[in-house]
Design a protein around this ligand. Structure first.
Ligand code: PEP
Length: 260
């Protein structure tokens, strides 16, 4: 597992929440207050595009939280109505961007699209948080081939120089959202080892030691420790619990305690 850099990464995905800038500012400030004593964990909050500019100055003031977006377009500029480029995101204060989230893949995004987005993010100086995950598990372990294809196709053409900048979020689709159950730490550990092996074969063992592989899917303050201790998670991609400052900061507190 990743030994070189112990520091954990916790990425909050606010999705299409909250519904007003005022509420977004309030939520962000409350999160910033609740994480103000933490020193070691990389804390990132991925906001709706519209809130990035306003919250940039708040995040700079509080210093603890980096901003991220939830998607990016693959072209850098031009006639692409409704799209937002990596340079635009970087300019407005984003340092990270989620790419290939299952909710976007469900709307038709292919591995090829995600691959172009990963490369666009890197070109713009953003850290891509690449989401991979199967919709179901089968007895023949076909889901492993599915994940392998996702990892290989989504990282196609990414050079060795940049691969350690990519964060891989393993998010089984069956574990995401209301009413779903998280994977077990053991299920995550299996996938963590499997993804690291795919990456080592492609990019070499040395580089891959630095890559963060994080878990997402119904993460909360109760299951965080298990994923770290038994799953060797380098951190988390957190949906619902990232909208609750108390739960989100508890998750980070557990990460801090694990990075001795
Ligand atoms: C997500 O959609 O990225 C996610 C992890 O959601 P939740 O934590 O709500 O399951």
């Amino acid at each position: 597992m990743s030994k070189k850099i112990a520091k954990k990464i916790v990425v909050g995905n606010w999705k299409m929440n909250p519904l007003s800038l005022k509420e977004a500012e309030k939520l962000f400030i409350n999160i910033a207050k609740s994480v103000s004593n933490f020193k070691k964990t990389g804390i990132i909050v991925c906001l709706p595009f519209l809130y990035l500019e306003k919250l940039k100055s708040t995040s700079q003031r509080t210093k603890k939280i980096s901003l991220g977006a939830q998607d990016v377009f693959w072209e850098d500029a031009g006639a692409y109505t409704g799209e937002i480029s990596g340079d635009m995101l970087y300019d407005i204060g984003a340092k990270y961007v989620i790419v290939g989230h299952s909710e976007r893949r469900e709307m038709g995004e292919s591995n090829n699209d995600v691959n172009k987005k990963v490369k666009a993010a890197i070109r713009a100086g953003l850290v891509p948080v690449l989401c991979v995950g199967e919709s179901m598990r089968d007895k023949n372990h076909e889901y492993l081939n599915f994940i392998k294809t996702q990892v290989i196709e989504c990282l196609n053409g990414v050079s060795k120089n940049f691969i350690s900048k990519v964060i891989i979020a393993y998010e089984p689709i069956w574990a995401i959202g209301k009413g779903a159950y998280p994977a077990t730490p053991e299920e995550f550990r299996e996938m963590n080892i499997f993804i690291r092996k795919i990456l080592s074969d492609k990019f070499g063992v040395k580089i891959v030691e630095d890559i963060k592989i994080i878990y997402g899917g119904s993460v909360d303050e109760k299951n965080t420790e298990g994923f770290i201790k038994a799953g060797y998670a380098d951190g988390f991609l957190v949906g619902r619990a990232s909208l609750n400052p108390k739960k989100f900061s508890e998750i980070i507190k557990i990460c801090e305690a694990s990075d001795k």
